[in-house]
Design a protein around this ligand. Structure first.
Ligand SMILES: [Zn+2]
Length: 232
């Protein structure tokens, strides 16, 4: 599939709607979580992806946090990706033309998706009227605050961003409140979630709570993080 990840001098405010896509890109940039969009080809999402760098905090901060080769197109491709939604590529299309069985789709995701975040475009939600289209600058300011929280959390360690935390770091830096913990544990048992998946959810929830400026990871952050993983 054509990725269209060449840089685009544009601004997030030029794309109307797509609020959930913009939100997941903000989450990804805030904790530097790799992001994989899954869905039918969509020019606006490709355009947003090509403008990803416009929401990253300024060069000064980029350099101080030394993000390796983020200017390099190859890095963009590994960080941000776009996959077809199912083996035949038609899932979610208008005409119900997907020929895959549920088992095939499940197997597809198990083997295919490796990123921290997965997002399915919501086909009903694209052109909502009256939504404030935030500028890249607005997002960048919020992301900058989130990067500062992480810089102070990980001061004196090798880690720069939440996405880089291993299990021991997660145990140290990610405390869930009672509601969030009990919800996630129930979900883990019910869905037979793997340990890796469990900790991935916590890493993402850590970032979402950081975006709210709260130290204790809450239920809302856990629910949102779960929403960015496969629906199966
Ligand atoms: Zn299909």
């Amino acid at each position: 599939m054509e990725l269209g990840l060449t840089k685009n001098i544009g601004d997030f405010s030029n794309i109307c709607g797509y609020e959930r896509e913009k939100r997941v890109m903000e989450v990804a940039a805030s904790g530097m979580h790799p992001l994989v969009f899954c869905g039918l080809p969509d020019d606006n999402i490709h355009t947003l992806m090509s403008m990803f760098y416009t929401i990253l905090p300024d060069n000064k901060i980029q350099n101080s946090l030394s993000i390796p080769d983020l200017e390099d197109g190859l890095e963009y491709e590994t960080f941000l990706d776009y996959k077809k939604p199912c083996p035949c590529g038609n899932l979610g299309g208008d005409s119900n033309s997907c020929t895959c069985s549920l088992e095939e789709v499940k197997a597809f995701y198990k083997n295919y998706i490796k990123g921290d975040l997965i997002f399915f475009p919501n086909f009903k939600d694209k052109e909502k009227e009256g939504v404030l289209n935030e500028s890249s600058q607005t997002l960048r300011s919020r992301i900058e605050k989130c990067w500062e929280i992480q810089a102070s959390r990980f001061h004196g360690t090798e880690i720069k961003f939440n996405a880089q935390m291993g299990i021991e770091d997660i145990k140290k830096y990610c405390v869930l409140d009672d509601e969030g913990k009990s919800f996630l544990n129930k979900k883990r048992d019910r869905c037979k979630m793997s340990g890796a998946e469990y900790y991935t959810i916590i890493r993402i929830a850590r970032t979402i709570s950081d975006m709210e400026g709260v130290d204790l990871i809450n239920l809302c952050s856990v629910v949102e993080a779960l929403g960015y993983r496969s629906r199966w």
